[in-house]
Design a protein around this ligand. Structure first.
Ligand SMILES: Cc1cc2nc3c(=O)[nH]c(=O)nc-3n(C[C@H](O)[C@H](O)[C@H](O)COP(=O)(O)OP(=O)(O)OC[C@H]3O[C@@H](n4cnc5c(N)ncnc54)[C@H](O)[C@@H]3O)c2cc1C
Length: 377
């Protein structure tokens, strides 16, 4: 898409994680000159946990023919967040119409309208004009405040996830590792739920013994800890518990419980991770949108619909957003038609986003009710 002078229309994507980079790649393919504004100054080389990837959908949404670094299991293609983010960033950086500005925090967005450009303001005091702005800035989105100022915040779902990736190479000798292709495991004990599956090693290794064990421990009993750490204000979440930030008594309680109740090799993996200080805490938040679009601004990914990983497919939903955005905007002939095209996007995705978060609310409520009874399953 070009303006009356033949210049490519300008798009700013706020957030350079999985959905932001996928959107940048897809929108450059329909003719936008895309700048990705990402708050963190450097790519993560190790951080984050694991997730399952719908590889055919990723190919379809981004047009990338190569496969991402995944471990093929019978029930999912699993990867580590930093491997997938790095892979997408490498592809985006190689495209002539995409540039990535790291260390750029967006503080506010003016949505514009069919006659006026949108404006993006940054923490450095810069203002950039754009024909299109995509808010892919995650569950605690800033851009959401522009799209729905009366309903800008996601809410705490009442569950904290303890997460880590443990190197198989560091596991004690004699501990049986999950076999190649083994499906994910889900174990319940008291109020807790543990979900586990292997993901590739730090450099994408896939051989048994060189992978990492991805652990996600659902814990409904940490509201007070989050309050004390200044991460929870009412129902609004302000951050995650970073690796190494677990108070000693909490770390000890988790270690004791893991040793007593979680099965091998996951109890050993957790013991190692708690000892090494690599366990981090992610509070689950939920956001059910009433709208996805304002003027020239659209939300995508967790910014648009934050849900519990219990219902799965958060990134998959983000890829459906990317597909719908590219399809709607490919049909816009000029920058003046962007707001109309975003209306088409909203019509295509809003109901599905609401359904996804509704499923998350129901699954979370059912889990919390069982957890309150404290019964094993
Ligand atoms: C334990 C767990 C397991 C999961 N498993 C799966 C799975 O198996 N399958 C699946 O499909 N999904 C899964 N998900 C969900 C998936 O991880 C998310 O839906 C997806 O990562 C969201 O990506 P995103 O790009 O929308 O947001 P994020 O990854 O949160 O990225 C937001 C980006 O925006 C940046 N940012 C934020 N604010 C600003 C600002 N003001 N200015 C500039 N930059 C900003 C951040 O630094 C970040 O890089 C799982 C999630 C969890 C927690």
């Amino acid at each position: 898409m070009t303006d009356s002078l033949g210049t490519a229309a300008r798009c700013i994507v706020v957030g350079g994680s999985l959905v932001g980079l996928s959107a940048a790649i897809a929108l450059s393919r329909v003719g936008f000159q895309v700048t990705v504004a990402e708050r963190s100054p450097a790519p993560a080389t190790e951080s984050g946990g694991g997730l399952g990837v719908d590889v055919p959908l990723l190919h379809e949404a981004t047009g990338i023919g190569a496969d991402p670094p995944v471990l093929h299991g019978v029930d999912r293609d699993g990867t580590a967040w930093h491997l997938l983010q790095g892979w997408l960033e490498e592809h985006a950086t190689g495209l002539p119409l995409v540039s990535i500005r790291r260390g750029t925090e967006v503080t506010a967005v003016d949505p514009g309208d069919p006659e006026r450009s949108a404006k993006v303001h940054t923490a450095h005091g810069d203002t950039f004009k754009a024909d299109l702005v995509i808010g892919a800035d995650g569950a605690r989105s800033t851009v959401r405040g522009t799209v729905d100022p009366r309903h800008p915040d996601a809410s705490y779902a009442g569950v904290l996830l303890w997460r880590t990736l443990a190197d198989e190479q560091a596991m004690p000798r004699g501990v049986a590792l999950p076999a190649a292709g083994e499906p994910a495991r889900e174990v319940y004990a008291g109020p807790y739920r543990l979900v586990t599956y292997p993901v590739p090693g730090p450099a994408g290794e896939t051989a048994v013994g060189h992978r990492r064990l991805n652990l996600v421990w659902y814990d409904p009993e940490q509201r007070e800890l989050l309050h004390e750490a200044g991460l929870l204000d009412g129902e609004t979440v302000h951050g995650s518990l970073a690796p190494g930030a677990l108070p000693d008594p909490v770390r000890q309680r988790l270690a004791d419980f893991a040793a007593a109740r979680w099965p091998s090799p996951w109890s050993e993996a957790l013991a190692l991770a708690l000892e090494a200080g690599t366990v981090f805490g992610t509070p689950i938040v939920q956001y059910k949108p009433a709208r996805l679009v304002s003027g020239r601004v659209a939300l995508a990914g967790d910014a648009a619909h934050a849900a519990s990983p219990m219902v799965g497919g958060g990134f998959r939903q983000g890829l459906y957003d990317v597909l719908a955005l590219a399809q709607a905007l490919a049909g816009a002939g000029s920058p003046g038609q962007v707001p109309g095209a975003l209306g088409v996007y909203e019509q295509a995705r809003l109901a599905a986003a609401i359904r996804h978060v509704t499923r998350s609310e129901r699954a979370t409520a059912a889990y919390l009710a069982l957890a309150a009874r404290g019964e094993d399953r």
